[in-house]
Structures are given as structure tokens and as C-alpha cells.
Design a protein. Structure first.
Length: 137
């Protein structure tokens, strides 16, 4: 069955290459997105913050997925399970705090700053020390 599947896939590629129409045109090779033909070049690159928010969403989705089995077996796991899930939640929270401290969720220009909006940088040791002190300097 695997051989039959491989033959069908390779046969499809060969047939497409042999029988596909070849009429190149400038409009066919132009960039096209969502039905809108771009009239000008983009002035700036696509902001990376959209990807950061997507990664935060995925991280919390994964955390929720791992919490369901724990909730189902919480009685059987006892103290060990509570310590393990607390450690897991703490690691996820530290990653989230790091992203927030670096400005991953701030969408506009920084107030009081004439610099272009961008993610600031905070050192992981500085963040850990700040969290241990409870946010007080």
C-alpha cells in the first residue's frame, strides 16, 4: 500500500509537469495577497510582536492541555503532583513575565519616548531579582 501511495504521488507530480499549461505572464508572477494587488512597497517589515503574541497563546494552550490530565489524576498524584504542576506553572509564568517585561504586549509607541516603538531589553537576572523583591527597587 505504501508503494502504491508513493507511485500515485510521484505520478501526480510527473503528470502535472507534463500536462500543465505554460503561459508566463507578468501578472501571474506578481505578489498577491488576500485579493488585493499591492500598489506600493511596504515601508516597514511586518512587526515581530504578532508572532510573540501567537507564541504566548500557544504556550498557554499547551499549559491548559497539560492541566487537564493533572486535574483528572490529582487525587492519585498527591503532593508530588501538586509540586510538579506548581513548578510547571511557575516556569510558564516566568516566561510570560519576561515577555511582558520586554514589551511583547505593548502595541503602541512608548509614552514619553521619541524613539520608534520596539521591544525594550531586560536581562533575565534583572527580571528574576525584580520578581524576588516583589517588584520593589
Amino acid at each position: 500500500m505504501l508503494v502504491l501511495g508513493a507511485l500515485f504521488a510521484s505520478g501526480s507530480f510527473v503528470a502535472s509537469g507534463l500536462f500543465a499549461p505554460r503561459r508566463p505572464h507578468r501578472a501571474k508572477s506578481a505578489p498577491y495577497e488576500c485579493g488585493i494587488v499591492p500598489r506600493t512597497e511596504l515601508a516597514e517589515r511586518f512587526p515581530v510582536r504578532f508572532y510573540l503574541v501567537a507564541m504566548i497563546f500557544i504556550i498557554f494552550d499547551i499549559e491548559i492541555i497539560f492541566l487537564y490530565p493533572f486535574a483528572a489524576a490529582a487525587g492519585e498524584l498527591g503532593t508530588f503532583g501538586v509540586v510538579e504542576i506548581a513548578t510547571f506553572a511557575l516556569v510558564v509564568f516566568i516566561a510570560f513575565a519576561y515577555l511582558v517585561a520586554n514589551g511583547a504586549l505593548s502595541w503602541g509607541p512608548k509614552r514619553g519616548s521619541s524613539a520608534p516603538s520596539g521591544m525594550g531589553h531586560i536581562d533575565l537576572k534583572e527580571l528574576t531579582a525584580l520578581m524576588v523583591r516583589g517588584g520593589h527597587d
